[in-house]
Write a protein that binds this ligand. Structure first.
Ligand code: SAM
Length: 210
């Protein structure tokens, strides 16, 4: 999408609100690779998907600054919870105050640790997972999610078009591109799941466990 059209789409969708606007700005000012945060459009989409699926428990792999965790929590009904994992403990000082300062703090469990190892230990049955961690380990993350998300539940995987690199031979040796391509092939052939790639932003794959 060109910038003008993207602006038009943003202006004709719900606003992200003041708190998320400030979080996105702070993310881009104070953190390296700030554009990893979901941002306005994807944030509204995540909230809408949660509204549609109405999950009770959501697993997020990759909290970063907390932007997407807050958007997921926005869509939850009363009693719902987002369990969000961040492997980089240096992220905690920035992210925890933003999560705890939001009006959705009681719906978000922010956990420092490797989701692949730690999420199954929670003993929670999830209705939905949002995979947004290390692109090189998407298949392992997906297999973990398949164990903790219930049958009929949903798994969303972010960045599955990887800036278009998935089809660009110039990125044949790039490890993250290789990881995403392997993941996309793996999902396409996985008979346990229904799947579709939304070409929004960096690509978002929607997966339903049969
Ligand atoms: C793209 S950012 C997440 C962005 C955030 N979900 C959002 O949309 O606003 C990816 C984050 O995943 C974290 N990460 C990578 N592998 C992980 C794992 N196995 N468990 C938990 N966090 C992980 C990274 O440290 C990084 O902060």
């Amino acid at each position: 999408m060109n910038e003008e059209l993207e602006k038009y789409v943003r202006e004709h969708s719900d606003p992200e609100g003041d708190y998320l606007y400030r979080l996105y700005r702070a993310t881009n000012i104070y953190l390296l690779h700030g554009r990893m945060a979901s941002g306005h459009l994807q944030g509204r989409l995540l909230k809408m998907i949660v509204r549609m699926i109405r999950p009770k428990n959501i697993l997020e792999v990759g909290t970063f600054s907390g932007y997407s965790a807050i958007c997921l929590a926005e869509g939850l009904d009363e009693g719902g919870k987002v369990y969000t994992f961040e492997i980089n403990d240096e992220q905690e000082d920035f992210t925890r105050p933003w999560i705890e300062g939001s009006h959705l703090a009681d719906k978000i469990e922010f956990i420092i640790g490797d989701a692949i190892q730690e999420a199954p230990k929670l003993g929670v049955v999830f209705d939905m997972a949002f995979i947004d961690g290390d692109k090189r380990t998407y298949i392992e993350t997906y297999e973990m999610a398949m164990k903790v998300v219930r049958k009929g539940g949903f798994i969303l995987a972010d960045n599955t078009l990887w800036d278009g690199h998935v089809t660009d031979p110039a990125y044949d040796k790039d490890q993250q591109t290789i990881g995403i391509r392997r993941f996309n092939d793996y999902i396409a052939n996985d008979k346990r799941a229904e799947k579709v790639i939304l070409p929004l932003r960096d690509g978002l794959t929607l997966i339903r466990i049969k």
